[in-house]
Design a protein around this ligand. Sequence first.
Ligand code: SF4
Length: 344
Amino acid sequence: MHLRNETSSTATSRIGGRRRHCFLGGVGLSLRADTAAQEWDLTPTEAISFITRIGEYVQSDEGRAAGGLACPTTLQIAGGEPFSDPDALDTIIDCALHNLMRPEVTTLIRWVVTYDHASALLARFKGKLNPLSVYVTQCDIDRYGLQSLIMLVDAAHALDMNINVHCGMAPGMPFPREVLAIEGLNARTSIIRSFPMFSSSDVDVTSEGTCGLLLPEPPRYRRCADMMGFLIASNGDVYPCSRSYGIPELRLGSMRQNSVSELVSRALNSDQLQRLSTDGPGHLYAACKGSEVSSYLRSGYVDTCDFHRHALTEPAFAPILARTEHAYSNRPAHVVGPFNILAS
Ligand code: SF4
């Protein structure tokens, strides 16, 4: 789920009267592994249990001392369609607020039929939910109409909710430029950003139109700190960033089997994650490139995460990773692509 949880490394907690940075920037909760259907996989009861346990941990002396998660922390809710069950969503948001979390929701435009409907639904969350993030692609706009996005933006602004619009792009699916002309987004302070919805494995490098979408090499000094968080998949599995969903080597554990303390400690005590946080996976790229299996590297990558996922899932790189003290185990039998989370 895509939980495009853009957690922030600037999250802080107050320790001994001083503020300090926390390793995991926020909490992400995926209600469903993708957005192909609106129904949730995660039950509201289990979601509330997860949130309560995290809330108790971050407010505990142990949690505050560890500095893994901020208090208060953000809770980014996404996957399926969060607004498909407004009663359950309301309960989850109330639980988050009770546990000193700042809830944010990621939605799509397909449920927006009229302004009045969007306004009435969002009004239930006035004062509780801010900001509202919207994922949209050119395909969504072709299918549901730009008007759906305009109605959602206007309804949110009328309720003093901030809007972040995330525009997905892929080969053959360009940035939806009409979004830039929406008056409600331009007249108010809104964030519009683009993100790739594909990986280098999807790109035909022999095609002139698509090979230009790839970087010859991943940016060497792109650190991971800004992307790191405590991200819970709909099956309870916990990962340190949204782009690591489905990668066993980066899985921290499960909310169904581990305590929050254990999961946070694993992140804090992982040399692998500490180095990724400060340096990114550039050292892995350098090691792979200088190795006997460098031919397995693709001729380009969408971004740093695209390379990292490839490095962790291509069996030929396993000895290289082991040599660089990243002796990952449990080769994945099946990897859930990070972009499935956002596909609509
Ligand atoms: S490079 Fe890897 S660890 Fe870093 S944010 Fe991307 S997927 Fe996560």
